[in-house]
Design a protein around this ligand. Sequence first.
Ligand code: SF4
Ligand code: SF4
Length: 436
Amino acid sequence: MTFVAPDVPPSDVFDRCVRCGLCLPTCPTYVETLVETSGPRGRIALIKAVAEERLDILSAGFVHQMSECLDCRACEAVCPSGVEYGKILEPARTQIVRAQAPVRSWQGRLGRAVVIGRLFGNMAMMRAAARLLKFYQRSGLRELIRHTGILRAIGMQDMEALAPRISDRFFTPRNQRFSPPAARATAFLHAGCIMHVAFASWHEATVRVLNAAGVEVIVPRDQGCCGAITIHAGEMALGRELAKRNIASFERSGADVYVINAAGCGSALKEYGHLFHDDPMWQNRAIAFSAKVRDVLEYVDEIGLPPRSLGVVHGIVTYQDACHLAHAQRITAAPRRLLAQIPGLELREMEESSLCCGSAGIYNVTQPEMAQRLQRRKVERVLAVAPEIVATANPGCALQIRNGLDRADAGEVAIKHVIQLLDESLAAARTASAVR
Ligand code: SF4
Ligand code: SF4
């Protein structure tokens, strides 16, 4: 049974962990439970035990720990021995999925085939599903269904509340080209799967900010989902197919950079090289592709905005570090530098800003109890600094914190992507210069 990628000798991961425990205080599930097996050190020992056939792969404890781990990578970022934890977690999950396949119920197989195979693999299907959800959210049906109590009865109340509000207008890739007067670079904008139907306003803000920075934005039609959710669910083969589509689309586009405004997707896109470690046909293409991927905040921080282009935005803001931006991509300073450039905005740091909020892809659906514990913990830290805005860089964090603030009846705290605040600031400067 393989628990590490062929390009990584098993001893490199398992024996590199010297059991120092420095990762423990950064692990959200460990700090909540204080149970050794709910921390990185314990999980590494469990994976090693299964790899050495001392523990059954389908033992309840092992399956639970591989699901309870958020894959937030906080442990990896602080490990002094350089243990690449993510490189053993994903293969472990894939092996569990394979081992479960023969005993999976027909309902389970159908659910995986429809949600993972059809929805994330086919963006037209994603838009069709989003239209249905939009009808449910806007027609009054939602209020009716909520009123009946049926959602609570079938255990879907929390899942329903966490569903994103579908955008009024989708940001469907149609080979759009948004060109500023004198472009200094061309950026390929990754529209994503859920992002293009539920976070269209983030994409619109991204286009305006990049144009203001003198960057042309293109949105090629033949792109698709990054594959992160598929890969996290252990469906590696489909994840690779989705990755190939994006690599080929970027190569055809001739763009200079591949820009993404969702941290989780960005992290997956930057790891395509590893995804194809055993495929000589695609590995070099994947490595070249990943080298061009930039989180939009990383990119705007790098290229800069024109002098005096930002106007006043009043507000007290706290910044939530998305795990896949802070730990997986190690980007923490750029978003703060950009927020600090906005006149009128006061940045108040919360405690544990980089501790996972419990979103982690579909974790809040698969592990609702731990997700809610982490959500409550995050909301307490947020409210302690009394912000008017929580700024983030990932849709999952935005949904999870919004839901947590609503549960806590926290009043008027807005959740925004940093790029939206920059967009507001650019608009404020334009308005100010128009009235002068
Ligand atoms: S910090 Fe690294 S070496 Fe230390 S226990 Fe954690 S994974 Fe092992
Ligand atoms: S990835 Fe996150 S949740 Fe999983 S062991 Fe590491 S720190 Fe803990």
